[in-house]
Ligand binder design. Structure first.
Ligand SMILES: NC(=O)c1ccc[n+]([C@@H]2O[C@H](COP(=O)([O-])OP(=O)(O)OC[C@H]3O[C@@H](n4cnc5c(N)ncnc54)[C@H](O)[C@@H]3O)[C@@H](O)[C@H]2O)c1
Length: 333
């Protein structure tokens, strides 16, 4: 069966290759062409997608001018996302972009408006919120299975070993955006107020802050104490949410890694069976499925550009709080 949507992929060397592979195997999605500044990445991806050399380009502008395509998939450095999204929308294409949509809230808002005016779909591949532990916590909280949530902590210690590609607020735009998006999905309420600090540990020498601490006050509760660093010395993720009748505890080595969920009460701890969901390996396929049904069936996913603005507004509030030393009120109750 012929693919219903054909895409140009921009950035096929790193994470982009995962998305490309998901599209190659997809019954409704196809690959029209590839763009990368690295000829070896282009050649490897070209072979995988079984495209002729005429399907490969070093600029998106050339690919847009040459190929018939419906979609542009952007998986380059975060700092370059905005200009590729804008060019794609202006050429009348739908867009899939890796996180972060952009590193600037106002720019993201402008791009969402542009997509809306152009009648095109924009989606951000923030897959963590769809993983089984996150999905199970979201359901248990929606059902108030253990009563109302009150307070808790979310800590993630990542041993990346080297800095992310050059950007300001690198921990925020590369890592915390996943965690904040997952928290927003699990608790499923907006954050009303945030107080944050961005900093380097005593040994830190990254070009921008590797570590964030924050107090996140969700509208109507809970309040979450948040710490995350990619310049840690040992791995570990724990999210603990104290509810009226017990505490939910997520544990994993890393964000996106296989995790466990437990319920702690005064009688001890018991494991909670997880809802079925996508694992991290299949998450890029799940993102492709969501995008296909967004464009072809009109079902807007939680990660549409417009809905992703909630996460970007929280990221922006973290920056403003860290820069001013003040509590930032997001105006959500
Ligand atoms: N969702 C996730 O779990 C996840 C995981 C890893 C990375 N990411 C995101 O994916 C994006 C890419 O990250 P990465 O680790 O693959 O980066 P990378 O640097 O490994 O790969 C980027 C690719 O883009 C190409 N490229 C760079 N500039 C280009 C340009 N001007 N035109 C065309 N191609 C260009 C590079 O040659 C490379 O192939 C980032 O936004 C990152 O945050 C998301």
């Amino acid at each position: 069966m012929a693919a219903e949507l054909q895409a140009i992929f921009v950035g096929v060397g790193g994470r982009g290759r995962n998305h490309l592979d998901a599209w190659i195997d997809h019954p409704r999605l196809g690959v029209a062409g590839l763009v990368d500044i690295n000829p070896q990445y282009l050649e490897d991806a070209r072979k995988a997608a079984a495209l002729p050399p005429t399907g490969c380009f070093s600029t998106l502008a050339d690919a847009l001018a040459t190929l018939n395509a419906d979609v542009v998939v952007v998986v380059t450095h975060a700092q370059t996302h905005a200009r590729f999204i804008r060019a794609a929308l202006q050429a009348g294409k739908h867009v899939v972009v890796e996180k972060p949509m952009t590193c600037d809230l106002a720019e993201a808002e402008e791009l969402v408006r542009l997509a809306d005016r152009a009648g095109r779909k924009l989606m951000v591949t923030q897959q963590i919120r769809y993983l089984p532990v996150e999905r199970t916590i979201r359901r248990l909280l929606a059902e108030e299975a253990y009563g109302r949530p009150g307070f808790g902590h979310y800590v993630n210690y990542k041993v990346r070993g080297l800095a992310y590609p050059q950007s300001d607020h690198m921990q925020l735009w590369q890592m915390s955006i996943h965690e904040l998006d997952a928290l927003l999905a699990m608790i499923d309420r907006p954050v009303a107020r945030v107080q944050a600090r961005e900093f380097q540990p005593s040994w830190g020498n990254w070009p921008s802050e590797s570590t964030i601490a924050a107090i996140l006050e969700f509208a109507g509760g809970p309040t979450i104490s948040y710490v995350s660093s990619s310049d840690s010395r040992g791995w570990g993720l724990e999210f603990r949410l104290e509810c009226e009748r017990g505490a939910l505890i997520q544990r994993a080595k890393r964000v996106g890694g296989e995790g466990t969920l437990a319920l702690a009460t005064r009688d001890g701890e018991q494991a909670i069976h997880l809802d079925s969901g996508v694992d991290n390996k299949r998450a890029t396929r799940a993102m492709a499925d969501l995008f296909a049904s967004y464009v072809l069936d009109g079902i807007e996913p939680e990660v549409s550009g417009a809905r992703n603005l909630v996460t970007l507004r929280l990221c922006d509030a973290v920056i403003r709080s860290a820069q001013t030393g003040r509590v930032v009120d997001l105006g959500d109750g």
